[in-house]
Design a protein around this ligand. Structure first.
Ligand code: GLV
Length: 334
């Protein structure tokens, strides 16, 4: 069937309107890109039961998936043979069974790049909050507990001259390193491959093994993808290698850290503190975590700015439209 060019999006589309399913609410500009060329169904119910999602994807040509939707063989089978593309509205894609997509001939895409700065800002915020004890200090003021200025009150530790150890040196790791360098930190990283030499010389970044990094960093910040190789990368043994004065920051994915072991390490002072934006069984928290004063807890807000969420959703929509019009996706998962 001949394609026609859609005047608004510029994509070649079939005159038979494809069906696009969006698994959760996304900013309107992304929907506006899709509606001229596709029949769009968007879930507006936060707690859509799985069976209803499986029913909704039947006959879909494209799925825009939020990271809360599990895209596995079951969902791909429920969608059926028309499905051409799953466009994740996230850079992390541990919710997608990529081999199952490949086996079903479905292209999978994610949204790298557009959330780098927002996520790096939150990682840096957590570094500052954790090292300066800002979460617990804020709780004192907010609770109405009497407080006063005092030479030895609310003391944190300074980060100038401290070593930041980055586990993972992709786009977000590099963006965090730039921020940390501006705060006077020195940079070390551990990554499967060496970082770009230009970035290494700009940042003066030293590449270390994970064990060396854990043993010598004042702050360890996680920026690796989550998968079988990084499941519980930071477990009791890894935590025991860290300095007792060190802090752990996680803005990557919760299960990279064994949360039960982290609670023990924080409670027993094996490390000084932590800053978390992600959790092992989100939104559930490991028992005991909320009772600890030396951990800052954020509700997975790494990419949560209006601009960033809009950029993520429109990139996902453009990925879907590209594939539906027979073009290569913009940011495929490879
Ligand atoms: C957010 O967590 C993302 O992976 O985009």
């Amino acid at each position: 069937m001949d394609c026609v060019r859609d005047r608004r999006s510029g994509f070649e589309v079939s005159p038979v309107r494809p069906r696009v399913v969006i698994t959760g609410r996304v900013p309107q500009p992304a929907v506006d890109l899709l509606t001229p060329v596709a029949e769009v169904w968007m879930n507006t119910d936060d707690l859509l039961p799985r069976e209803q999602l499986l029913a909704q994807v039947a006959g879909a040509d494209a799925i825009l998936s939020l990271l809360t939707a599990r895209v596995d063989a079951e969902l791909l089978a429920a969608a059926g043979p028309r499905l051409k593309v799953v466009a994740n509205v996230a850079v992390g894609y541990n919710n997608i069974d990529v081999p199952a997509c490949r086996a079903a001939g479905v292209t999978a895409t994610n949204t790298p790049g557009v959330l780098t700065d927002a996520t790096a800002d939150i990682a840096m915020a957590l570094v500052l909050m954790a090292t300066r004890g800002l979460g617990s200090s804020e709780r004192v003021v907010r609770s109405g507990t009497p407080w006063k200025w005092g030479m030895f009150e609310f003391l944190g530790v300074g980060i100038q001259g401290a070593r930041l150890g980055l586990v993972g040196m992709g786009q977000i790791g590099v963006a965090v390193a730039r921020r940390a360098k501006a705060h006077g930190m020195t940079i070390a990283y551990s990554n499967r491959s060496a970082a770009d030499p230009a970035v290494v010389s700009e940042l003066g970044a030293e590449r270390l093994s994970i064990d060396e990094l854990l043993a010598t960093s004042d702050v360890v910040s996680l920026h690796c993808p989550y998968g079988p190789e990084t499941h519980h990368l930071i477990n009791a043994e890894a935590l025991s290698k860290m300095r007792r004065t060190a802090f752990l920051i996680n803005t990557a994915r919760g299960p990279v850290v064994e949360e039960a072991a982290l609670v023990v390490a924080l409670r027993e002072g094996l490390i000084a503190g932590a800053g978390l934006d992600v959790y092992e069984r989100e939104p559930e928290l490991e028992a005991g975590l909320v009772d600890l004063d030396n951990v800052v807890l954020l509700p997975h807000v790494g990419s949560a700015t209006i601009e960033t969420r809009t950029a993520m959703a429109t990139l996902a929509a453009r990925n879907a439209l590209a594939v539906l019009s027979g073009q290569p996706p913009i940011t495929p998962i490879t």
